[in-house]
Design a protein around this ligand. Structure first.
Ligand code: TXA
Ligand code: MG
Length: 359
């Protein structure tokens, strides 16, 4: 297992491993990806084995620029104006667009599906690696299937150190939730997975209506993205989420923490600044919690950025940290499901297995 830095010759070594069919984890602006040469069926199969990923769940292909859609997308010169507007507005960035797939791609990248998801990541290391690799890179999030996505190199190593050839360490990811996955028709678009690009921004950029996969509003419906049917993002602890009127949310969390049935349980709380009630006895800091004694864990977001951005950037990292610290319960103040909040609440809903209360 190699640990590479962002130095050009180190990136070149990582790229050579990718070209030769090995697995390399790398940072993007959303989460860390587990990369493999998307033209090599044997390389792509290693990704499924390393993650324990169901074979029916397609991978996103990463390229450094629009020219590199050649050999990935069936007819890159025949794209509609609507798709072109989305590419111009959000690439490089956290938007995965579905295209008719090129026959050169390894079949397992898009199992039994005519379309392939493609994105150009907005991260200097991802960009440098993709340019050096000279092949499209299929990369799901670099976690074991079912675990929260990794937002640091340490998170990747926790899950996959034995299964990969190496990792390029780029520090923590900026956005923290995955890309938005979207199918864009000539006159409308459908979001399969909410993510770093908001529905509102997409609608404005493509000048066409954007709807959500009905599954996102009605969990019993079959999701359009195969991966959305799996219980992702789940920590070991039981997660409960409240959102809505701040006073009522605060009252609900206080009541939850004060419940005698829970006083002997290690509880972690994720809440914004205005909801830092002194009365909640949050005693131990993350670093101090190794004794696994009954305790509460806390985390305070930065006051100088919107809570939803803090929550997005830190959510997966906190879910992992709280698990390691032995939390049995995680109480979270949620956000309205608009803008970036739509993606954050989608992930929280899965982490909480539906234990989300609107107040
Ligand atoms: O931000 C991201 O998208 C990260 C970074 C590494 O780029 N990648 C990522 O990949 O989150 P993954 O494999 O964890 O999630 C891909 C999602 C899955 O829900 C999958 O089912 C859906 O996108 N997807 C990919 N290709 C698809 C296709 N051809 N049709 C329908 N859904 C697709
Ligand atoms: Mg994933």
């Amino acid at each position: 297992m190699q640990l590479w830095s962002s130095m050009p010759e180190q990136i070149e070594s990582a790229a050579a491993v990718l070209r030769a069919g090995g697995l390399v984890a790398f940072p993007t602006e959303t989460v860390y990806g587990l990369g493999a040469n998307a033209w090599s069926e044997s390389a792509v199969r290693k990704v499924f084995a390393a993650k324990g990923r169901p074979a029916d769940n397609p991978l996103i292909v990463h390229v450094p620029d629009i020219r590199s859609l050649e050999g990935v997308v069936a007819n890159p010169s025949g794209l509609t104006p609507t798709v072109r507007r989305a590419m111009a507005a959000f690439w490089p960035g956290p938007l995965t667009i579905l295209f008719p797939a090129h026959t050169h791609l390894a079949p397992s990248v898009h199992p039994n599906l005519p379309m392939v998801g493609v994105r150009i990541p907005d991260h200097p290391i991802a960009q440098a690696l993709l340019r050096a690799a000279k092949c499209p890179v299929a990369a799901p999030s670099a976690n074991r299937s079912g675990r929260p996505s990794p937002t640091t190199a340490a998170d990747v190593l926790e899950d996959l150190s034995h299964a990969i050839q190496g990792i390029v360490d780029g520090g923590p990811c900026d956005i923290g939730v995955e890309s938005t996955v979207v199918a864009i028709g000539p006159t409308e678009a459908t979001i399969y997975r909410p993510g770093g690009v908001t529905l509102e921004a997409l609608e404005e950029a493509i000048q066409a209506p954007v709807r959500l996969d009905p599954h996102l509003a009605q969990p019993d419906a079959k999701p359009l993205a195969p991966g959305m049917k799996y219980q992702h993002y789940a920590p070991n602890a039981e997660v409960n989420v409240w959102w809505g009127d701040p006073q009522r949310v605060e009252t609900a969390i206080r009541a939850f923490l004060a419940d005698p049935a829970r006083t002997a349980t290690p509880i972690a709380v994720i809440a914004p600044g205005p909801l830092r009630p002194n009365a909640i006895k949050l005693t131990l800091r993350e670093s101090e919690v190794s004794r696994q004694e009954p305790a509460a864990l806390d985390w305070w977001p930065d006051d100088d950025e919107p809570y939803v951005e803090s929550l997005s950037r830190n959510l997966y990292r906190l879910l992992r940290a709280f698990d390691r610290a032995g939390a049995r319960q995680i109480a979270v103040v949620g956000v309205p499901p608009t803008g970036l909040g739509l993606a954050v609440m989608n992930r929280l809903d899965k982490a909480a297995a539906g234990r989300v209360t609107r107040l």
